[in-house]
Design a protein around this ligand. Structure first.
Ligand code: NIG
Ligand code: FE
Length: 420
């Protein structure tokens, strides 16, 4: 804990997203931002102690100013630290040769069905020691932090056997302790059908339900339970069975849905009460409607569409139809090898028709809600964790206008300056 108070003053625009802690934001609320001009924040320990204009806080804390660390951000903007609610952070190796194959016409699913893709990373992850996984993942976490990300969700799913899934989940726990970024874990034993279960995927689902879920729950290794529901991977029936079983262990459902083909994944997310449905490139009209009604957050991954050279999800339409949209990198070695959440914001504007205001909501408070942390992070409000991002732009629209650049100036994580 910090002993010294921190006073950040003179933010040209301070985007607070005040009042959004209890439910994710939808429709026009995604554009509100609740901005304060010439904004300031007072931090005590790891918490936000006061939020207001610089004048207000100067008056309130005039007797404490001398002992505080003062950070002047004149000419810059301040927002909550970015939250990335969908990553496959912990894995070994890379797959640039597959990228080359795809540039030459091979498809993502062809590569996977020929033993590459997720299977290739599974082999490398099985072979890697826990220390090696930690070492490789730390590099990615450092990159996330430099892009202003202060919390990431991390999925297992490159084991497809208990030993390796357990190794990934343990690594994620250790990374959470070692690195200033907070890591929220998801169990994704059902990321692909392993080779030895190729002819009997139902038996693999049963194995996960009977052998793995109880251990994940007993050791508190994850908050969420995720599955790749896609033709040729797991069916909606298998997905329903696994997600319902996870619920009985207190694991909240998430789902990789309608990424390559429409497969009623969005509908299933609504039916099982998933906290989020992710990807959704090919989600049906009805699926989008059902998600909006059921309050399922749509976690959109525009980098995956970009890198797979596919048409992006209908972000504009989802926002207009009342889905609470969040954005994420999907950071993984196959379909989206990036740690730049800000670039996802650029892509969401350019390829999904979202606005600069909406993409900020989608990477802060809505992303926090997508990992069940809306009460703790994602907005600048009294009592919340002091996770803050200062960007070297004079207004929030310039963050998207000057695209493809890293505007990070300062990152504060839990009341500590971690990037300056
Ligand atoms: O979210 N779609 C499935 N899983 C990951 C990709 C994993 C990989 O290719 O290694 C995704 O895109
Ligand atoms: Fe993913």
């Amino acid at each position: 804990m910090n002993n010294k108070s921190i006073f950040i003053k003179n933010a040209n625009q301070m985007i607070t997203l005040k009042g959004s802690s209890s439910t994710p934001l939808t429709k026009e609320k995604m554009s509100e931002l609740n901005m304060i001009e010439n904004g300031a924040v007072w931090i005590e320990g790891d918490r936000i102690d006061a939020v207001g204009t610089t004048e207000e806080l100067l008056a309130k804390y005039k007797n404490k100013l001398e002992e505080a660390e003062v950070i002047d951000v004149t000419g810059k903007i301040m927002l909550p630290g970015l939250v990335d609610p969908h990553t496959h952070l912990v894995y070994a190796g890379s797959r640039e040769e597959e990228f080359n194959m795809r540039l030459n016409g091979a498809t993502y699913m062809e590569i996977m069905n020929n033993g590459g893709g997720i299977h290739a990373t599974t082999s490398k992850t099985r072979a890697a020691s826990e220390d090696r996984l930690i070492e490789e993942s730390l590099v990615r976490l450092d990159r996330f932090l430099l892009h202003g990300v202060t919390t990431v969700e991390a999925k297992s799913g490159y084991g497809l056997d208990w030993e390796t899934e357990y190794k990934q989940l343990r690594a994620a726990k250790k990374l959470d302790e070692m690195h200033s970024i907070d890591i929220i874990s998801t169990f994704m034993g059902a990321h692909a059908v392993p080779a030895d279960f190729k002819e009997k995927p139902d038996a693999f689902i049963d194995l996960i339900i009977e052998e793995m879920l109880p251990k994940v729950a007993a050791e508190g290794l994850a908050d969420f339970n995720d599955i790749f529901c896609e033709r040729g991977v797991f069916t909606p029936e298998q997905s329903r069975k696994l997600l319902e079983a996870g619920k009985s262990y207190g694991l909240i459902p998430k789902i990789h849905a309608d990424e390559i083909e429409p497969y009623e994944g969005a509908e299933l997310a609504a039916e099982v009460g998933a906290i989020s449905a992710d990807h959704l490139l090919r989600a049906s009209e009805n699926g989008i409607k059902r998600m909006a009604e059921a309050g399922v957050i749509g976690v959109l991954l525009p980098g995956t569409a970009f890198f797979l050279m596919a048409e992006a999800a209908k972000g504009r339409k989802m926002v207009d139809q009342g889905v609470a949209v969040a954005l994420s990198t999907d950071c993984n070695p196959g379909s989206s090898p990036t740690c730049s959440t800000p670039f996802m914001m650029n892509l969401a504007c350019m390829n999904m028709g979202m606005t600069p205001a909406e993409v900020i909501t989608a990477t802060t408070i809505n992303a926090a809600h997508a990992i069940n942390r809306g009460n703790e992070i994602g907005s600048i409000e009294i009592g919340k964790k002091a996770d803050l991002l200062v960007l070297d732009v004079p207004n929030y629209m310039q963050m998207q206008y000057h695209y493809g650049m890293n505007h990070t100036d300062t990152v504060i994580k839990a009341g500590k300056v971690v990037v300056k």
